[in-house]
Design a binder for this molecule. Structure first.
Ligand code: ADP
Ligand code: ZN
Ligand code: ZN
Length: 741
């Protein structure tokens, strides 16, 4: 066939990752007369794919393909003149696709802002006009044209915006173009120059205490790649320590990337960095539109922004001159993506620092046991800040046994008296309860019926204002029945407490005091959360009722009392991390109290299991002691960090289909699992077996040895791809899972 493209053997083949859920890459030929040196790994490439055109990434140039050359199609276009990622970051992305067993094309697509994913250029094209070499033939009657021409010659070139700013019309410019005196040209907008280092603002820069200076010195002493864990109690000045470590890098013109958990924390932290450094800062948060996100990304990539701050996905932000990565509140589970590409931004931050040969600092008052163990084992520098910085004293924790108490509003007599005292002393009170709504259960006092969601293995939560029953897992909403649907009697009652019930109870007890509820329901809508925080910041005596949202990193100097309504939920959780997470919440909530100068904090922990060993450790000793205790337990049971997990999930409308899928998956790896000493559990129904009308099954792989686990996964994942299953069955492989429910 004469029009078939002839390919010389040995001519390069372009291996491309397309943004589709395929685990393999696809091979293409270079376009005719292409300059192959321009085709570099990390550049975007437009390729024909089926009947579509996709924007993918060039992975590598190679000389051999599994597909015969005459079957290969040429790529349509090269999008980027230069790779979008420096080699270190590109390598990290490829590594993480392997490690998390996720399609490389989707990983790369997830790492760039939407406009780039869609194939838009990194820099928008800008049109310039400049003078040609034509001899000027303007007569005296064209005085305005003459002035504009001189203006253009003086400026070298001008854009449309500059033209109108200087007061010239488009028409006048067109006359010069028509005469051949001025020429139009289109080019990508130029990159902004690198940021100019400057000294930090030293006005409110405190003198470091001994522990802080020791931490900074220890980190400085080493160069290149090193990872450190700042294990510092709440208010110990961790942020101050990060800022000193950043100073060194910023002064040398290198960029710092700061990762923070999902919500709330960002505005306060951003303001602090802005004030201290007065350097260009790019923030990546959920409020940005596509263009703002692209702009921030560009500033990071070109090095014009010095400080890059963002949540989970910001770990992939390119840096022209990387200096340091900080992961604040490193224990926070929001660093692990829970759907699609299930990466841990915290773990990738460490891997990235290693590839970039720079430092990485993780910090928390309640480090994850994984990071704690890394520090104990010497893989991370352990930087300890066991005391609060400045003048504030640590809060005192006290268990409040409520086993035999009748609690009308969820709070014991003693707790109420304490709240009253603290309010009378002009202070603020925080009441923590990790359940939103009015009550978690509606039941019949006569026959024991409980209101359940028909789509999920879950009870319906009763909400007030407007009264309804809602499922927190599928968001379905129902009216509250007047009588029991089973025995038809009128004896329905709620049990347990949610934020709304505590709110109305406390408002009744303290009618003159503002009661502010902060949970996902009360903060829905733009800026509502910020507004509530501003109100708290005014420091007037008030009661704050909040869920986990409130426990994260906020600094409210007015709070002197924190009450934890129920500390027991984590004690008997089916998740092996239940106790760890409970300890983190209690410690973090306690850390909100007593942050003001001269205002010591008090923390009451209501429990029905005051003699539970774990709870006693959390309340009566430090989080570090608790962590050591938990690590011993994890070691004994062979759970992470002393083993590595991978959870294979299958879910389908049909229970048996999901189960059978995982049974067949299991059979395919049984021998290999044995050889690699990987332990298999399941398939078993997930603790929450049904969700959104779909049945969920788990197959858990566990191994002391990471490479053995990945050998098994390398074989398992392609098998899963090939297993036949009903069209509505979905499966996922979750490496280092955080959510086992
Ligand atoms: P963390 O991040 O550990 O919660 P921060 O860095 O926010 O702690 O510090 C808590 C408070 O203590 C802040 O108000 C901070 O300005 C102050 N602080 C930190 N370090 C010092 C210091 N060395 N001297 C005085 N105040 C300090
Ligand atoms: Zn009944
Ligand atoms: Zn539901």
């Amino acid at each position: 066939m004469p029009d078939q493209k002839e390919t010389k053997p040995g001519e390069p083949i372009l291996r491309v990752a397309v943004p589709r859920p395929f685990r393999q890459s696809f091979d293409y030929l270079p376009p005719d007369a292409a300059n192959l040196t321009e085709f570099r790994p990390g550049c975007r490439i437009k390729v024909p794919f089926g009947r579509q055109h996709l924007t993918g990434f060039l992975l590598e140039k190679t000389r051999s393909s599994r597909v015969s050359r005459d079957q290969l199609k040429p790529v349509s276009a090269l999008v980027d003149p230069r790779p979008l990622f420096r080699p270190e970051l590109f390598e990290l992305l490829r590594w993480s696709a392997d490690y998390y067993h996720h399609p490389i094309g989707e990983v790369l697509a997830a790492a760039v802002p939407t406009p780039l994913r869609q194939g838009k250029p990194l820099y928008e094209e800008v049109t310039f006009w400049s003078a040609t070499d034509e001899p000027c033939t303007l007569s005296g009657r064209s005085r305005r044209q003459r002035i504009l021409l001189d203006f253009i010659i003086e400026a070298g070139s001008i854009t449309r915006v500059e033209l109108s700013e200087a007061g010239f019309s488009q028409a006048l410019l067109r006359q010069l173009v028509d005469r051949g005196l001025v020429r139009k040209r289109t080019e990508p907008a130029p990159a902004s120059p690198p940021f100019i280092p400057r000294k930090p603002n030293s006005r409110d820069r405190p003198k470091l205490n001994e522990e802080q200076s020791a931490a900074v010195t220890k980190f400085r002493a080493a160069g290149g790649f090193r990872s450190a864990l700042v294990n510092g109690v709440t208010g110990s000045g961790k942020t101050e320590v990060y800022m000193r470590m950043m100073e060194d890098e910023l002064a040398a013109g290198r960029q710092c990337l700061v990762l923070v958990p999902e919500i709330g924390l960002t505005p306060q932290t951003i303001d602090r960095f802005r004030q201290r450094f007065a350097l260009p800062l790019a923030a990546f948060h959920s409020g940005l539109n596509d263009n703002e996100r692209l702009q921030a990304w560009r500033q990071a990539a070109e090095g014009s922004a010095a400080i890059l701050i963002g949540t989970r996905s910001a770990v992939f932000t390119p840096m022209a001159r990387p200096g340091l990565i900080v992961v604040d509140e490193e224990h926070d589970t929001s660093f692990k993506q829970q759907d699609g590409f299930r990466y841990s931004a915290r773990d990738l931050a460490v891997m990235r620092a290693q590839k970039e040969n720079i430092g990485v600092v993780l910090g928390s008052a309640t480090p994850s046991l994984e990071s704690f163990q890394n520090a104990v084992a010497g893989r991370f520098l352990l930087l300890e800040l066991p005391h609060r910085a400045g003048d504030s004293k640590p809060s005192r924790l006290r268990p409040l046994d409520i086993a035999n108490e009748h609690l009308p509003g969820g709070l014991s007599e003693l707790a109420l008296r304490k709240i009253e005292q603290h309010l009378e002393a002009d202070n603020q009170v925080l009441v923590f309860i990790n359940r939103r709504g009015f009550a978690p259960i509606l039941h019949c006092l006569l026959c024991g019926w409980m209101a359940q969601c028909e789509n999920c293995s879950a009870y319906l939560t009763v909400h007030a204002q407007p009264a309804c029953q809602r499922c927190h897992h599928c968001d379905s909403s129902h009216s509250v029945p007047h009588r029991c649907p089973v025995c038809r009697q009128n004896e329905l009652s709620t049990s347990g407490f949610g934020t709304q019930q505590i709110e109305s109870f406390l408002q009744g007890e303290f009618p003159a005091t503002p009661v502010l509820r902060i949970d996902r329901d009360s903060t829905r809508g733009k800026n509502k959360f910020r507004k509530l925080l501003v109100e708290v910041d005014q420091g007037k005596p008030s009661i704050l009722i909040g869920t986990q949202m409130l426990a994260k990193g906020h600094h409210f100097p007015g709070i002197t009392l924190a009450v934890i309504v129920n500390a027991d939920s984590g004690l008997f959780s089916p998740d092996f991390r239940g106790q760890e997470q409970m300890a983190q919440v209690i410690t973090q909530v306690a850390g909100r109290a007593g942050r003001g100068i001269g205002r010591p904090g008090e923390v009451l922990v209501q429990t029905r299991h005051g003699d539970h060993d774990t709870l006693r450790k959390i309340i009566s000793s430090s989080y570090s002691e608790f962590a050591h205790h938990m690590l011993a337990e994890r070691r004994a049971t062979g759970m992470p960090p002393f083993s590595h997990l991978c959870l294979v999930r299958a879910e389908a409308g049909d229970r048996e289909a999901a189960l059978s899928f995982l049974r067949r998956a299991r059979r395919g790896i049984e021998t290999l699992v044995h050889e690699q000493k990987v332990q298999l559990t399941g398939p078993l129904p997930a603790p929450m077996e049904k969700r959104q009308s779909r049945y969920r099954m788990h197959l858990l792989l566990r191994s002391r040895n990471r490479s053995g686990l990945h050998t098994v996964l390398d074989s398992l994942v392609p098998q899963l791809d090939k297993l036949s299953a009903p069209g509505n069955l979905r499966w996922q492989v979750d490496v280092d899972p955080m959510d086992l429910l």
